[in-house]
Design a protein around this ligand. Structure first.
Ligand code: C5P
Length: 274
């Protein structure tokens, strides 16, 4: 039996560079894992099975856990049946990468259970085949990501401020937000400069996906204003939304149809999981 935490992530800054011929977008973003986590249990069984405590989540082949399991089997030929149980705690359609973290955690777990038949480098390359975000979780928790998000440069851990994740009831679909994005209207930002700022005491938080997300979901504008009034150092959309992260300050005041999760940055040491 192996029990692992599967973390969420936030993008401390997210710059969209351009739209690519394959329909994806090149981005430049500082990704950070946080201690808002799902729990995943893996055990050997007579036949493979996947169960989840949240009935709203698909448990068929469309779930990234199943896709990751099948990919690991395909790449390595290691076929021992597993029962995988997921305790879902990270809100979804939130921009927090919960499903991507689950996929990376599954690759890591299967590699442990199989006696480490793959290297961390291989796991990271395979994670890139599952989507844009899973590879990040195979870093040590802080990484500057480029390409469609799957090209990683490991960064030293940062001292964590207090973070508040604020999740409105409504969710947002990542493809819909990217579809709405007009790259020609984005503000000019120099991501390499922004990156340096995080290591020289001049952190600047922003997210280029905020404009299309707020256009798609204008009710989020009011939520953002309510949070800004509370005096945080920053209020920024998480990934493609619909959650926001607030930096510093105390717990946001109660708001209708909104859930709040306290969080801190989370990093792992080489050879161990989060
Ligand atoms: O890679 P993933 O499956 O998470 O991406 C979901 C969707 O988000 C893609 O189909 C694409 O529409 C959009 N996307 C994008 N550029 C990225 C990442 C995602 O356009 N870098």
């Amino acid at each position: 039996m192996l029990q692992l935490r599967s973390p969420a992530k936030i993008n401390l800054f997210l710059k969209i560079v351009n739209r690519r011929p394959d329909g994806y977008h090149n981005l430049a973003s500082l990704f950070q894992a946080i201690n808002l986590v799902d729990n995943l249990h893996f055990q050997f069984a007579d036949y493979s099975q996947f169960v989840c405590d949240d009935p709203r989540l698909p448990i068929d082949g469309s779930n990234l856990i199943i896709k990751a399991m099948e990919l690991f089997r395909h790449k390595t030929g290691w076929n021992r049946p597993l029962k995988i149980s997921l305790e879902k705690r990270i809100p979804y359609e939130a921009g927090l990468g919960g499903g991507s973290g689950n996929a990376a955690t599954t690759l890591w777990a299967m590699n442990q259970l199989s006696g480490q038949i793959a290297t961390e480098q291989q796991l990271m390359a395979w994670a890139g085949e599952l989507g844009s975000d899973p590879a990040f979780f195979l870093s040590q928790g802080t990484a500057y990501c480029t390409g469609r998000g799957e090209l990683l440069q490991a960064m030293p851990p940062l001292k964590s401020p207090q973070i508040w994740i604020v999740k409105p009831h409504r969710g947002l679909s990542t493809p819909a937000v990217y579809k709405r994005l007009d790259v020609s209207k984005l503000p000019v930002n120099h991501p390499e400069e922004t990156l340096k700022g995080f290591y020289s005491g001049d952190a600047r938080y922003y997210n280029d996906l905020e404009i299309p997300a707020l256009e798609l979901a204008p009710d989020l504008i009011l939520l953002r204003q309510q949070l800004e009034k509370q005096g945080y150092q920053a209020v920024v959309l998480c990934g493609s939304g619909s959650a926001f992260f607030c930096i510093g300050g105390s717990e946001p005041q109660a708001m209708e149809a909104v859930r709040v999760f306290p969080a801190q940055f989370l990093n792992r040491s080489q050879g161990t999981w989060y």
